[in-house]
Design a protein around this ligand. Structure first.
Ligand code: 5GP
Ligand code: MG
Length: 182
């Protein structure tokens, strides 16, 4: 077994992630101070590390739930996106905050926002750690954004490459791919 870190070049160090997530949490605390019911819906699996760090800095009461999307077709084509795992909590009348790891073409989040909107929440907003704005194909309103990044495939802090690298405490790019990876 080799050391994962040896193959990855750091793009956003852990301390920078922590600092920015603190700022996002402060904004969310302010914006939802008068919310009667805030449900944070995280998109599996990439956003779990972000979710865990974000909610630990929220002082407003939150309920946490998860959904997972499956999409057929990516990139320029409108991928057919559906719920692979649906939310369990009722969302009607709640303030819902969708938490994503990265918005790339925008298809995934666009479809999930449409699906969640059908549940008649009181409000629906999107919080993403990363925004690859240059890659956007469909417009997506981002309410809270951690970092804008260039068009480059990143891993770590929940983001995978063939299910690996999610464990890294920072965002990075794989420099010398191992032959064990896709
Ligand atoms: P979209 O539907 O916006 O094109 O795709 C979003 C999804 O693609 C993200 O939730 C993520 O799973 C995946 N994705 C997009 N860009 C990257 C990236 O740079 N690294 C990783 N690991 N996944 C990405
Ligand atoms: Mg994802």
């Amino acid at each position: 077994m080799s050391n994962l870190n040896a193959r990855v070049k750091v793009r956003i160090p852990a301390a920078e992630l922590a600092r920015r997530i603190g700022e996002l949490a402060a904004e969310i605390n302010r914006d939802y101070a008068r919310s009667e019911r805030l449900v944070v819906v995280a998109i599996l699996k990439g956003s779990v590390l972000f979710l865990a760090d974000l909610v630990r800095q929220l002082t407003v009461p939150v309920e946490i739930d998860f959904c997972q999307a499956a999409s057929y077709g990516q990139g320029q084509e409108p991928g057919e996106v559906h719920f692979k795992k649906d939310v369990d909590l009722p969302l009607r009348g709640a303030d819902v905050l969708l938490v994503e790891d990265i918005v790339d073409s925008g298809w995934t989040v666009r479809a999930l926002l449409d699906l969640l909107r059908n549940r008649r929440p009181k409000s629906l907003r999107l919080c993403t750690l990363l925004d690859k704005a240059e890659a956007r194909v469909v417009e997506v309103p981002i309410d809270y954004c951690g970092f804008r990044i260039p068009r480059e495939f990143v891993v770590g802090y929940g983001l995978d490459w063939g299910e690996r690298y999610r464990q890294l405490p920072y965002i990075g790019v794989v420099e010398s791919p191992s032959e064990e990876n896709p």
